[in-house]
Structures are given as C-alpha cells and as structure tokens.
Write a new protein. Structure first.
Length: 277
C-alpha cells in the first residue's frame, strides 16, 4: 500500500500559527516522489502558506480540480507559474462553464476566475477532461461524476449557469478523491456539492465496499437546515468513520452537530493541518 502525507494549504480556518486562512480549500498530497494538489483555494494565501509550511509548489506534478468554483481554482496562476515542468490537470468537462450564485436579484460570478482560465490555457497545463472515475497515482483515485439518488440531498436553487437565473447549475463537475491505505479508504472532499453521502456511496461502489475510515474536507452544509444536517449525520453512522475532519463549507452548525455525534472521530482541520496514512 502507498503511504500518503496530506497538508492543508488553504481552508477557512487555520491549524498552524504560521498559516493564514481564506474561504477555500487546497490539499497538498505527497506519496513517494509524487506531489499532487487537490484544488488551489482562492489563491490569497497559497504561496505564503506553502512557504511557511515548507512546501515547494515548483515540485507539483499533478493538479486535480474538484469543481469549477473560484474558491477552489483561484490559485491556479500561482501554481502553474511556479511548476518547473508542465503538469496534468484533471477536471470534469463542466468545470469550465460560467457559474453564478443568485440571491434575490443579485447575481455573483463564482466560476473559474479569468486569470485562472488564462493559466489553464498556458503551456504549463495539460488538461485532462473526464466524467469517469480514474487513478491519479498509485493508490490515489478520483470519483468522477457522482450519481445522486437521495432527495434529502437535493441542491438548493442558488447555483446557475447564467446571471439571469434561467439555467440551473446541477454542479455535475463536483468530484472527490479517495486514497487506498493500509488502514482503509480515505476520502478527500473539495466542496461535496454532490453531497457527502452520495460521494461516500460512490467510493464504496468503486472500492467494492471497502471500509471508509477517514473523511476530510468541505461537506457543503453551511446553509443546511436542522433536518438535513440530522439526516446527513444519521446517514454517516452507516459508514462508521474512524476519523472525520469537517472543513471549509461544512458550516459551524453542521460541524457542531458532527462533533457532537462523532466525538471520538472528529478532528480539527484548518490550514497547516497534516494527516499521514
């Protein structure tokens, strides 16, 4: 089994005094000689946090994008200008769509920023589009597009592909990573727009029902009501996670519910946190 060291380079909270926070997520994954980034955050703290945590962004050989929102892709210009050789960039075809968040009469662009799009068009990015699951490195896999079946986890109608709000964005581009380790499967979530339960069910299908021992990342429950949080918490019990690290868009109410329901499993995340498997 491969061994992995995961360092959080971006999150809404901080775990190390030397790190700074932002609304976003970025994981740096080391395995053997491989150096992989899962998302890049907004890019406001990426370079400083990497420097403070002793991580050389120039050695990154692969990028995986969970989906096409600014708080997961804004750091692309920083990474792609730092790498010493061109890198593979794994993404869903829909990640490049224009994306908007509409609240009342206000439409806000939340897709990949222009500078990040230009970086993806540059010589240091080899774009690998796929809707399917696949292997990124030995023991490290992407879920691909995640099937959705639970009505309790339906997306709120706030995300659209146009500023007028005529075309809903189902966020089919949302994908996660999973790692096969000696202690079971580890799941890394970007934002879990597909829903954490759907994602864990997908990982179980792809691994032949191998136990999921660790879940780390954003669970997109920040705007969820009590009923949905209760439903997600109840469903998570079926997976019996030994470690649960709610981050980013999970939201304080849902995080508190998870810490209450899983007091032995929950661990803090935050920029600067390190996990080894």
């Amino acid at each position: 089994m491969s061994r992995f060291r995961i360092t959080v380079l971006s999150d809404d909270c901080v775990s190390a005094r030397s790190a700074r926070g932002e609304h976003g997520v970025c994981f740096h994954i080391e395995s053997g000689e491989r150096r992989i980034l899962f998302d890049t955050g907004q890019g406001l703290v990426l370079a400083d946090n990497a420097r403070a945590l002793g991580i050389d962004l120039g050695t990154v050989d692969t990028l995986v994008l969970s989906h096409g929102h600014y708080d997961h892709t804004g750091g692309l210009p920083i990474v792609l200008s730092a790498v010493r050789t061109p890198v593979d960039v794994h993404l869903h075809p829909d990640a490049l769509q224009t994306k908007f968040h509409i609240s009342g009469s206000r439409a806000r662009s939340i897709g990949i920023p222009d500078a990040a799009r230009q970086a993806l068009d540059g010589p240091n990015a080899r774009l690998l589009f796929s809707r399917d699951p696949g292997e990124i490195a030995p023991g490290l896999f992407r879920t691909g597009e995640v099937p959705r079946s639970h009505p309790e986890e339906a997306l709120a109608e706030l995300f659209h592909l146009d500023p007028e709000g005529r075309v809903a964005d189902p966020l089919l581009d949302d994908q996660s990573l999973y790692l096969e380790t000696a202690n079971g499967t580890v799941v890394l979530l970007g934002c879990a727009h597909a829903s954490v339960i759907h994602i864990l069910e997908q990982v179980r299908r792809l691994t032949g029902n191998r136990p999921i021992r660790t879940v780390i990342g954003g669970m997109h429950l920040g705007g969820a009501g009590r009923d949905r949080i209760r439903w997600v918490t109840d469903q998570l019990r079926h997976f019996s996670p030994a470690r649960l690290v709610p981050m980013h868009c999970t939201g304080p109410r849902a995080a508190a519910a998870l810490w209450t329901a899983f007091p032995e499993a929950c661990r803090p995340g935050g920029a600067g946190a390190v996990f080894e498997f």
